[in-house]
Design a protein around this ligand. Structure first.
Ligand code: G6P
Ligand code: MG
Length: 226
């Protein structure tokens, strides 16, 4: 029986809660287009790429937009989001996040980031955790968005670790699907009813114990007392 060799963390919603900032920026854009955006709809945008999020918002209305108009809208939203990020500090790390990153390293495992955001490097800088990762893969480096496994597979490849020896840590349904499609153990962080496709769900990263994962046969498993 072997330990996992790498832990691959999602960023938004796992290490820091940017969902509210994305919501504020998208709502500003949507209101300008006369489209209503509520918090429940925002839930559906978690883990979804910028372009796909815009498409889903525009689908709330009936007007069609040209590709150039869509690019301009996505840029406007991103400028508003990046302005909101300026206020982010290490105090915005989610409960247990820093301890989880340190525990993964202390357990002798590699640590990577697999984010759907093009702003991942900026966010890591504001949070003061850029050094916590052996490798960072973000949306600038991949072609296919979650639930496609590309971002997680790219992280495993960069670490030179077999995906079956990796635990992927996600807060979004699209992200959990990406982890599973990559052949990794899917650790969901958040609501177990929402993340029912994950192999295991914890409420927050205080529940993250790296030594509780063991490879049995071809798959990693969670064991309560290793
Ligand atoms: C994360 C967030 C999504 C966001 C996406 C792209 O997955 O959960 O809400 O749309 O990243 O972020 P970006 O910073 O590139 O617009
Ligand atoms: Mg997320």
């Amino acid at each position: 029986m072997a330990r996992p060799r790498a832990f691959i963390f999602d960023l938004d919603g796992v290490l820091t809660d940017t969902a509210q900032l994305h919501f504020i920026a998208w709502r500003e854009l949507a209101e300008g287009l006369g489209l209503p955006l509520d918090a429940a709809f925002n839930e559906e945008l978690k883990g979804v790429s910028r372009t796909e999020s815009l498409e889903r918002i525009l689908a709330l209305g009936t007007r069609r937009y040209t590709p150039a108009e869509k690019v301009a809208m996505a840029e406007r939203k991103n400028a508003a989001y990046v302005r909101l990020l300026e206020r982010m500090t290490p105090a915005d790390l989610l409960p247990g996040a820093l301890a989880a990153l340190q525990a993964a390293r202390a357990a002798g495992c590699r640590v990577a980031l697999a984010s759907a955001s093009r702003n991942a490097a900026t966010v890591l800088g504001h949070l003061g955790i850029a050094d916590a990762f052996d490798h960072v893969v973000d949306a600038n480096l991949v072609t296919h968005s979650k639930p496609d496994p590309e971002v997680f597979l790219a992280a495993a490849e960069a670490l030179a670790v077999d995906p079956a020896d990796c635990v992927g840590i996600e807060d979004a349904v699209a992200g959990v699907r990406a982890v599973r499609a990559a052949g990794m153990f899917a650790l969901g962080v958040g609501d177990a009813r929402v993340l029912s496709e994950a192999d295991q769900v914890i409420a927050d990263l205080h529940g993250f114990i790296p030594s509780n994962y063991l490879r049995v046969g071809s798959r990693l498993r969670w064991v309560s007392s290793p």
